[in-house]
Design a protein around this ligand. Structure first.
Ligand code: HEC
Ligand code: HEC
Ligand code: HEC
Ligand code: HEC
Ligand code: HEC
Length: 396
């Protein structure tokens, strides 16, 4: 192993054990083994104890990429993503792979267990540490299997990212849930199917992953082939901070001046939302289609099902009964027992795609064509029953 590989392994082991305190890494066991015994110097005066550098520790400033990583969402100890299971006291096997370092190591087989599955619940209280991505199993991981069962090979370092950023549902799982049901049959046993959040890898690969709900008989975009090298997770995002390389984008996309203006990126002339404006950002076009789709979902629920629906991105499972029919999510409505339970297959497919695109704020950059196709096809399908305004919209 290269000395750098070895170093990051040591560092990662220290971070994994949670030994990060007051800007100092505890490398007790590893460094003791390497450091020669202290020379027999006279002890310093008892009044001046060394401040941070206790024996067997190194300052975090000396750890490559520590400063970047520690500011990133992967290191955010108080995030809901790392605290959701605190009451239960352990992270269940279905969740541990993506929400903890021990769970990811278990899934990789880096803890000596079978690779490709999580064998046991993971302890709470970890984030995504160095060790999650820097171990021999993670380094060798180059293929990604999506929730649809489809696999892509030779993804290099991106395979690590996509092992987690891939969603948990797919066209298949939606089709299984609605098998043999009529398109507009209200079916109380149906629950909302939540693809999960920020499934960037699945969006990037489009129909090669089939994590969006793909309507039968339609063709869908494959991997988004942006001009090289900006076509991988680690080319567009800074690996350890996770931020988008805004300055790089600005070199070619003149409309980019800061992070917010990424939304204005526009290269093609495809009028996706059919509003006649082909200069607005591709993100804005997608936003307009999301708005149209939400309006159609609400119209269908009210007029076809007879049970008005409302959506809030904040509260699981996101779709609720609009009890007072005011078209807004009220506090007493956004509660689990009031979750929407009058799904028809047609409504479920559209809601599934809405959530997939809406919960990937980078969809416009991950795969603008796929995102547009899913939204437009959902609109067209609801359009069999309710009025939708997509006559001028262009499907890429
Ligand atoms: C395949 C990987 C994967 C699996 C499995 C997974 N998650 Fe997640 N989860 C993610 C990712 C990625 C995010 C989004 C992180 C972000 O906000 O950028 C997320 C976000 C969340 C959030 C925060 C959502 C929000 O927006 O408030 C919760 C809560 C959550 N997951 C719960 C669960 C639960 C419960 C399970 C198990 C039943 C689970 N997850 C399984 C990858 C996964
Ligand atoms: C989410 C995954 C992930 C996490 C967490 C992570 N890294 Fe990395 N790191 C990568 C990837 C991907 C690369 C680039 C490909 C490679 O070298 O494996 C990389 C590269 C590196 C390199 C080599 C860079 C070079 O110049 O060659 C070092 C050193 C490193 N990381 C240290 C760390 C340390 C220390 C931490 C924790 C403080 C950390 N990483 C956390 C994914 C991660
Ligand atoms: C072990 C699972 C796992 C791996 C591997 C992983 N992520 Fe994440 N990622 C998460 C979780 C969980 C969060 C949410 C953390 C939070 O909200 O603080 C997240 C957050 C993010 C965010 C910020 C999203 C937001 O809501 O602001 C980005 C960007 C991101 N990851 C990109 C990457 C990239 C790029 C890689 C590969 C180098 C990667 N991730 C590898 C699980 C993972
Ligand atoms: C063409 C460049 C590009 C590629 C390739 C790319 N991303 Fe992104 N990503 C972006 C942009 C742009 C955003 C939106 C950032 C914003 O608007 O703040 C984004 C957003 C995200 C987010 C949500 C961040 C947030 O603030 O909520 C995650 C997570 C993410 N990307 C992960 C990934 C992963 C994982 C990969 C590889 C499978 C990937 N990205 C590939 C450009 C890219
Ligand atoms: C070397 C020049 C170059 C750089 C750097 C670059 N792009 Fe691009 N980008 C292009 C070109 C050219 C196109 C249109 C044709 C194509 O897809 O190759 C494009 C298309 C796009 C599109 C689709 C726009 C549309 O209207 O369909 C998005 C979104 C995008 N780029 C985002 C990004 C982001 C985010 C970054 C920075 C991480 C970035 N690009 C960096 C050249 C670049």
């Amino acid at each position: 192993m290269s000395s750098q590989g070895r170093m990051s392994k040591i560092i990662a082991a220290a971070l994994l054990t949670g030994g990060v305190s007051a800007g100092v890494l505890m490398l007790v066991t590893q460094l003791r083994a390497q450091t020669p015994p202290p020379a027999a110097e006279p002890a310093p005066p008892a009044a001046a104890p060394a401040p941070a550098a206790a024996p067997g520790t190194i300052p975090t400033a000396d750890v490559p990429y520590y400063a970047e990583w520690v500011t990133s969402p992967h290191a955010k100890r108080n995030a809901e993503e790392f605290n959701h299971w605190n009451k239960e006291g352990a992270i269940p096997v279905e969740c541990a792979r993506c929400h903890s370092t021990p769970g990811f190591l278990d899934w990789l087989g880096a803890d000596g267990s079978t690779a490709g599955k999580v064998d046991k619940p993971a302890p709470i209280g970890t984030v995504i540490t160095c060790m999650a991505c820097h171990n021999d199993k993670a380094r060798m991981l180059t293929s990604v299997t999506f929730p649809s069962g489809l696999t892509v090979e030779n993804q290099g370092a991106d395979a690590r990212c996509m092992a987690c950023h891939q969603g948990v549902e797919s066209t298949n799982s939606v089709n299984n849930a609605i098998a043999n049901l009529g398109d507009d049959a209200v079916t109380p046993k149906l629950e909302f199917i939540n693809v999960h959040y920020r499934a960037a890898g699945a969006m990037l690969f489009g129909t090669m992953a089939k994590v969006g709900y793909e309507y039968s008989g339609k063709k869908y975009a494959a991997r988004f082939e942006h001009r090289a090298p900006y076509r991988t997770c680690n080319a567009c995002h800074v690996t350890h901070t996770l931020e988008v390389k805004v300055q790089d984008c600005a070199a070619c996309h003149k409309e980019v001046t800061d992070k917010a203006s990424l939304q204005n990126i526009r290269a093609d002339k495809v009028d996706r939302d059919g509003n006649g404006n082909i200069d607005e950002g591709v993100a804005i076009e997608i936003k307009h289609l999301e708005d149209k789709l939400m309006a159609a979902i609400m119209d269908y629920a009210k007029t076809v099902v007879g049970k008005p629906i409302v959506y809030t991105p904040e509260v699981y499972p996101y779709f609720f009964n609009d009890l007072n029919g005011d078209g807004k999510v009220d506090k007493d409505e956004a509660k689990f027992p009031n979750r929407y339970k009058s799904w028809t297959p047609r409504l479920l497919k559209a809601a599934y795609n809405y959530q997939f695109v809406f919960k990937d704020p980078g969809a416009f950059a991950h795969n603008p064509a796929y995102a547009t196709q899913l939204l437009l096809d959902s609109l067209a399908d609801l359009g069999v029953k309710v009025k939708v305004d997509i006559a001028k919209a262009v499907r890429p």
